[in-house]
Design a protein around this ligand. Structure first.
Ligand code: UFG
Length: 344
């Protein structure tokens, strides 16, 4: 099989996807600058991967904005690279509001320099990490990919701009591109060896809950119980990171099998939104550990609800999420319990 380039392959979603792609037999070059990830994640991936997979994994410590680093990555495998999965980027909404230039630089500038390098190296196929926040503050559910996308913060704006940059390469150069709009990926590989490793106090609900369960944090703060949702707390479409990783493998196969210019934009979620309190209850059921919480005012910038239409991914890729919320909780907890300090 022809080698693939995985930018940001040591991160949370990247590391799980690298494992799935090694299991499928691919040869991979991972380009990561380890700004928000650890090389240990890739060592752990190799422990879980089939024997001899280390011969098919090349790791380049480099930045996706740097042409020389990209050239090194494209030259790292014996055969020419035929496809890219582009995870590398920054992903915190609040940070993006405080440091917009950083987001335009890394997320859009990184995609632009990657596209340049792809053109230099004759590679015309890319699976891109996009996000459900491109839908802005939607009011109609489930969210369909053709709905308007008025993104409201630099994180979503830069992801949407990168989608548009890649769409322009489809039109002008006949590239094959899949933009995957992730809803809320959580959980971990069931081995507990790889998982999410947030820096400092977690922003996101799921790692916050697992750290309360571990005793690292005292009580969960539930941001708002006065939303127009069933129980008043925010609703999101959480999906298991292994389902998400498998979707990348399927999207790659779909693009690799096509000869003509292709552009697909797909939501990746379960199609079912869950409230903050539903997640807390599922976690308690799955692990037997009580999660004490306080209700606080709404968090600035949060929308009441996100819920994916998952029809397009099912129709085009034959993919649908299969793991339950309880599995997301028990696998996420297995990772947290075995690695109280993440990879540190
Ligand atoms: N929440 C709490 N307490 C917390 C953290 C979150 O009540 O400590 C609530 C939020 O208010 C929201 C829900 O839990 O209702 C989910 O919040 P997360 O921070 O886990 O996830 P978001 O939906 O805000 O954002 C995540 C990623 C973004 C991504 C977005 C949509 O952080 O990068 O999903 O794809 F863009």
């Amino acid at each position: 099989m022809a080698p693939l380039l995985i930018t940001g392959g040591a991160g949370f979603i990247g590391s799980h996807t690298v494992l799935v792609l090694l299991e499928a037999g691919h040869e991979l070059v991972v380009l990561d600058n380890f700004a928000n990830s650890s090389p240990l994640a890739l060592d752990r991936v190799l422990e879980l991967a089939p024997a001899g997979a280390d011969q098919r994994l090349h790791v380049i410590d480099g930045d996706v904005r740097c042409a020389e680093d990209l050239d090194r990555a494209f030259a790292a495998a014996a055969a020419p690279i035929t496809g890219v999965v582009h995870f590398a980027g920054r992903k915190a909404v609040r940070e993006s509001v405080e440091q917009p230039l950083l987001y335009w630089d890394v997320n859009l500038g990184g995609t632009r320099s990657l596209a340049d390098a792809m053109a230099r190296h004759g590679c015309e196929l890319v699976v891109f990490s996009s996000t459900a926040t491109v839908y802005g503050e939607p009011e109609v559910f489930p969210l369909v990919e053709t709905m308007p996308t008025p993104p409201v913060h630099p994180y979503a704006q830069t992801k949407l701009a990168a989608e548009q940059l890649l769409a322009a390469m489809v039109r002008s150069r006949g590239w094959r591109v899949a933009a995957l709009r992730y809803f809320n990926p959580v959980g971990a590989h069931p081995s507990g060896r790889i998982g999410e490793d947030p820096d400092g106090i977690p922003n996101n609900l799921f790692p916050y809950i697992t750290q309360v369960a571990a005793g690292r944090l005292e009580r969960l703060r539930v941001f708002g119980d006065d939303y127009p949702t069933a129980d008043g707390t925010g609703e999101r479409d959480y999906l298991h990171v292994m389902d998400l990783a498998e979707a990348h493998a399927v999207a790659l196969d779909y693009l690799l099998q096509r000869a003509e210019a292709t552009q697909i934009t797909l939501n990746l979620g379960t199609g079912r939104a869950r409230s903050v309190l539903e997640v807390v209850q599922a976690f308690e059921r799955a692990t037997g550990i009580p999660i004490p919480y306080d209700v606080l005012p709404r968090r600035a910038g949060d929308v009441p609800k996100l819920e994916a239409s998952v029809q397009a991914a099912a129709q085009l890729l034959g993919w649908q999420a299969s793991r339950s919320l309880e599995q997301m909780c028990s696998d996420g907890w297995a990772w947290q319990r075995a690695n109280p300090n993440g990879y540190r």
